[in-house]
Design a protein around this ligand. Structure first.
Ligand code: GAL
Length: 342
């Protein structure tokens, strides 16, 4: 009787365990669908970006708190994932948390902490995290750029300070960061409140914007948000959106010979329809750009978009699509229900 009971317990335990540790293995990208991590949990890394370090990809994004709407303050910090193939992501957890204990902290719970991006600073050997930061209780008033740093891409990140870019008292909104051939860091973003698009250089250690470096970029339409840039064949391309909060609008693409501009407007690079929400190019498949991944060893550029769900932000989905290029080098982003890295 005892051994029957024991086998029953073992059987039951392995059944339950089997359920819990069910591994997910992705063999293709499924834009707009629920994306599970390697443990089978939906990925929680919104408005994010990806870096390649020590043979791994790291995806950093906004950690949204379960059960909170945007209006109820859903931002919990930066959530990180690690992958070898960009499809299967291991959860590294929250690598920078908002501060739940100290209401006076710049990153006190209740702040808005959005669009985190990580950049490696070879001069200091630190991984620097930057994010749009609005003080608790002040809504979308003054847009700081929050700065945190870590010794490893896996974190933990330690909050350091906040700055105002573009020499603007109200700061800047959605941003794109770029390290040039000299190892200097540049920040591109829309300035508040006039919505002009500005370039700002940072100091040697990537900590402080240099006010005298600020330049308004010519040719970028006013109110361009969600900038995501990449370089290809000697050109700099900037993908972005219009300005309509969490609601999707039409994507826009710009081209220049360098980050200094002037920029040429190339219109909307997207085509096709997302069959899940039936949204096409006029609404960017229901998404808003967040980042472009340049594959470290392939001639592959992947555009990352977020489908925001402000009532249930944790349920926001991701659209990752490969960028294709016309014969004249013009980038296009065509909807695909699924795709693989060749
Ligand atoms: C979007 C922006 C998001 C978030 C949202 C709030 O335009 O890209 O990061 O700030 O507005 O309404």
């Amino acid at each position: 009787m005892k051994s029957v009971l024991l086998s029953l317990v073992i059987l039951l335990t392995s059944f339950v365990m089997g359920f819990c540790v069910e591994k997910t293995h992705m063999t293709e990208f499924k834009p707009g669908a629920i994306w599970l991590d390697t443990e089978g949990k939906p990925i929680n890394a919104h408005g994010g970006g990806v870096i390649f370090a020590d043979g791994n990809f790291y995806w950093y994004g906004e950690h949204k708190i379960w059960g909170k709407s945007e209006a109820q303050k859903a931002d919990g910090g930066i959530h990180a994932y690690k992958s070898k193939d960009l499809m299967n992501w291991e959860d590294l957890g929250v690598v920078l948390s908002v501060d739940y204990d100290n209401p006076d902290s710049h990153i006190a719970y209740g702040c808005i902490l959005e669009r985190p991006k990580v950049i490696y600073c070879a001069r200091t050997k630190k991984y620097m995290a930057y994010f749009k930061l609005y003080e608790k209780g002040k809504g979308y008033d003054t847009a700081y750029l929050g700065v945190a740093q870590a010794d490893s891409p896996e974190g933990p990140f330690k909050y350091s300070h906040r700055v105002l870019c573009a020499a603007a008292q109200k700061g800047t909104g959605d941003f794109f960061l770029f390290v040039d051939g000299n190892g200097d860091l540049w920040h591109l973003a829309v300035r508040k409140p006039d919505k002009a698009f500005c370039l700002t250089k940072f100091d040697e250690e990537y900590k402080t914007p240099i006010d005298s470096s600020v330049k308004v970029l010519e040719g970028i339409p006013l109110k361009t948000e969600a900038p995501a840039g990449f370089f290809k064949d000697g050109k700099f391309f900037l993908l972005g959106s219009g300005s309509s909060g969490w609601a999707p609008n039409t994507a826009r693409l710009l081209k220049a010979n360098s980050i200094f501009g002037p920029f040429e407007f190339l219109g909307n690079p997207t085509s096709g329809v997302n069959p899940i929400n039936k949204l096409g190019p006029d609404k960017t498949f229901g998404g808003q750009s967040s980042f472009i991944i340049k594959h470290p060893t392939k001639d592959l550029y992947i555009a990352m978009f977020d489908i925001w769900t402000p009532e249930h932000p944790i349920e926001g989905k991701y659209i990752w699509l490969p960028i294709t290029f016309d014969a004249d080098g013009t980038p296009k982003i065509v909807w695909r229900n699924s795709w693989k890295i060749e």
